[in-house]
Write a protein that binds this ligand. Structure first.
Ligand code: DC
Length: 227
């Protein structure tokens, strides 16, 4: 059986999950939003009153929580269930945004979550988006895409996403949060956000969603790279 693995990495707000989902849909592959797994651990910790700085306590939360990721084959999106409850919207709340970088910086949390992700990747036929997919989770991916966009554009996209979920947040505040998350994500000790040496970079700042999807599809279909 053909094992197809596509890794899509990049900073917060570069469009990874939207693009990864649509590319998966076009190619008939599964899709996994790996950030949602770190978000679920963060939400569970906040609900249980556990400090996001306490690595051991967080690991107990991660290993004891019941995390279910349902791949909706119709919409190609991921529904996230925490202890039997649908938390797909809750994991996008500002309080989760504010703590998830810290949670995902802990070595033991990453080891635990990455092992789960590698297991999901094993069967192939998947598009995964995250920060360390091309470098750590699927270093053997057939295709590695690194999406970029300016901080201002990423803040605007985040603002629209939050608004759809009923949260009004100032643009400047979001730009500052994105800068902080970029810094935390790319300077952390364990698997920092980094473009894999063999990844192809796509700057999405001035591109529409459709244009980015087309570009990624043309890369995957071999138009822009020797295979
Ligand atoms: O993509 P996102 O905004 O949902 O990611 C949430 C956080 O999780 C972000 O701070 C980076 C972290 N993350 C990570 O470290 N590794 C991944 N593979 C995915 C996300």
């Amino acid at each position: 059986m053909l094992i197809v693995k596509i890794a899509i990495d990049g900073p917060a707000g570069a469009g990874k999950s939207t693009i990864a989902r649509l590319v998966a849909k076009q190619l008939g592959l599964r899709y996994l939003d790996t950030g949602a797994m770190y978000r679920a651990v963060t939400l569970a910790a906040l609900q249980r009153g556990v400090s996001c700085a306490d690595e051991e306590a967080l690991l107990r939360v991660a290993t004891s929580m019941d995390l279910e990721i349902v791949f909706d084959s119709e919409t190609k999106s991921n529904l996230i269930y925490l202890d039997g409850q649908d938390v797909t919207a809750q994991i996008r709340q500002p309080r989760v945004n504010a703590n998830v970088s810290l949670v995902s910086s802990h070595k033991k949390i990453r080891e635990y979550i990455v092992a789960l992700q590698k297991e999901i990747a094993r069967q192939g036929r998947i598009v995964m988006d995250g920060r360390d997919i091309g470098t750590v989770v699927m270093p053997d991916a057939d295709w590695k895409i690194f999406l970029e966009a300016s901080v201002e554009e990423r803040a605007r996209r985040r603002q629209r996403e939050l608004k759809r979920n009923g949260h009004d947040v100032e643009l400047l505040e979001l730009a500052e949060q994105i800068r902080q998350r970029d810094h935390l994500d790319s300077t952390r000790e364990v698997s920092p956000l980094r473009k894999a040496d063999d990844a192809i970079e796509v700057d999405t700042t001035h591109l529409t969603i459709e244009q980015v999807v087309d570009k990624v599809l043309s890369i995957v279909k071999g138009d822009e790279r020797d295979v």
